[in-house]
Design a protein around this ligand. Structure first.
Ligand code: BG6
Length: 482
């Protein structure tokens, strides 16, 4: 691993994302020894004029949450690594000051040895990405003669459609090279999402079955049992397709559907993901059901006549040798009856069924991303007893039971560690982003133009009934599931 001075700069340090995700992830990395106090320094940057201690106090509560009191000493030591600089996002003054602070830190550390590494984490709204990137480029790049790097971490939403996303990519691309840009999709940091490649390509069971000859349909589901309270303003501008499907669920689809990469090199994996995206057919209107939960517009930050979907079910079709004819069903919704994210791979019926057991359900391979994490296979077995009857049962790998005492890392922890290590495998490449927008932009434009009206559904329900009808039409057999 690289050594030398590491500066992590959190821009937007007093915002929600930084407090709830970025700083706690950095703290956990620190606690586990991935950030060494003799190498690392963390800088918070934002417009608010506060002192180092004020920032530390704002963050402290979020670090203590979920950690036992025995870590309170670690919390104090970690907070001492944080310095705060205030300044605007579009003038050089603040960034020059920031650079001076970083440089001071580097000088004090690099007198020992090594290069300097600068990681800029933009916990900011994308509208300021272009100006902030420009300021970093003009004022804050790594200057060490001994090498090192400058990297930029950005979060979705990367634009609202193909045109705006490409514009943003161009603006950032003029300033930084692709290997310096880390586009986070936190689903790629989840344990079971990272397990997909291993499951698929390290198990002989699945190799011959993972195709259109054996798989009837694939369902990728995201449900939340709460609404958009507290972030209605943001959500209403984006809607469920941009918030969840175009990024998180589509990334999962890529990993489920891609061909085996030539190696585990990040570029080889990302090449294969792009190929999947480029093979997705245009989405048909009749294979889309949109919903909006009743009461969504009661939020004062949401317009009364909002047309924004809080629920969507749709079918994607991949036009290639492996997947022709297999529907990939996306389902995502807010304010539903449960909280869950899972992949359900449903196999075709057994030909010539002598047990007459098909009505009990099909073979299904389920990967539950959360919560709680599990992998299970639904299969038909003999009902124990004297009669020769059959029953659906499960081969179950529940992580809580199987890996007792093992802490599953937070997605952000893993992804930040990857940015420090320079591993871009779990980040979205520019061409991937473009291909993802190409799939959804026509549909999104039709929704934005009011050509598609979401159906109302009750909070706490399964979503609009039409969604279940679409699922059934796509061939999903869910007698047992319901
Ligand atoms: C975010 C979305 O990207 O993912 C939120 O903006 C959503 O709307 C969240 O709640 C879900 O993340 P997780 O990790 O809880 O599934």
């Amino acid at each position: 691993p690289e050594t030398g001075c590491l500066s992590i700069i959190v821009l937007g340090a007093s915002g929600d994302l930084a407090k709830k995700k970025t700083f706690p992830a950095l703290f956990n990395l620190y606690r586990q020894g991935f950030l060494q106090s003799n190498e690392v320094h963390i800088f918070g940057y934002a417009r608010t004029k506060i002192s180092d201690d004020e920032l530390r106090n704002r963050i402290r509560g979020y670090l203590i949450q979920g950690t036992s009191s025995e870590h309170s000493e670690d919390v104090s030591k970690f907070l001492q690594l944080i310095k705060y600089v205030s300044g605007s996002y579009d003038t050089e003054e603040g960034f020059r000051l920031l650079d001076k602070e970083i440089f001071e830190h580097e000088r004090s550390r690099n007198s020992i040895e090594g290069s300097s590494r600068r990681l800029f984490y933009l916990a900011l709204p994308p509208s300021v990405y272009p100006s902030v990137c420009k300021m970093i480029k003009n004022c804050c790049m790594n200057k060490s003669d001994l090498g090192g790097w400058t990297r930029i971490v950005v979060e979705k939403p990367f634009g609202k459609d193909l045109g705006s996303a490409e514009k943003l990519s161009n603006q950032i691309g003029e300033l930084f090279d692709e290997p310096q840009i880390y586009r986070i999709d936190h689903y790629l940091g989840k344990e079971l999402v990272q397990n997909l490649l291993v499951l698929r390509f390290a198990n002989r069971f699945f190799l011959p079955l993972w195709n259109r000859d054996n798989i009837d349909n694939v369902q990728i589901v995201f449900r939340e049992d709460f609404g958009t309270e507290g972030r209605g303003g943001y959500f209403d501008e984006y809607g469920i397709i941009r918030d969840i499907i175009q990024n998180h669920l589509l990334q999962v689809l890529c990993l489920v559907a891609m061909e085996k990469p030539g190696s585990l090199k990040p570029e080889r994996i990302r090449d294969e993901k792009v190929k999947v995206l480029q093979s997705v057919m245009p989405i048909k209107d009749e294979e889309v059901v949109l919903g909006q939960y009743e009461g969504y517009t009661n939020d004062p930050t949401v317009p009364d006549n909002s047309n924004t979907p809080t629920f969507a079910t749709m079918i994607l079709r991949i036009h290639n040798e492996r997947w022709e004819g297999v529907p990939f069903i996306f389902k995502a919704g807010k304010a539903l009856n449960s909280r869950k994210a899972e992949i359900r791979v449903q196999f075709k019926d057994v030909p010539g069924d002598i047990f007459k057991c098909q009505k009990q359900g099909r073979n299904e391979f389920v990967i539950r991303l959360q919560p709680p994490e599990a992998i299970y296979m639904k299969l038909t077995v003999k009902q124990p007893g004297l009669e020769m009857s059959t029953v659906q049962s499960e081969l179950d790998l529940s992580y809580r039971q199987r890996y007792q005492g093992v802490t599953i890392p937070e997605a952000y922890e893993r992804l930040i560690l990857d940015t420090i290590r320079g591993d871009q495998q779990h980040f979205v490449r520019r061409d991937e982003l473009k291909a993802a927008w190409e799939i959804f932009t026509p549909l999104l434009h039709r929704i934005d133009n009011g050509e598609f009206k979401p159906k109302k559904y009750k909070p706490g329900s399964r979503g609009p009934v039409e969604a279940d009808e679409l699922l059934e039409k796509a061939g999903y057999f869910y007698l047992v599931y319901l």
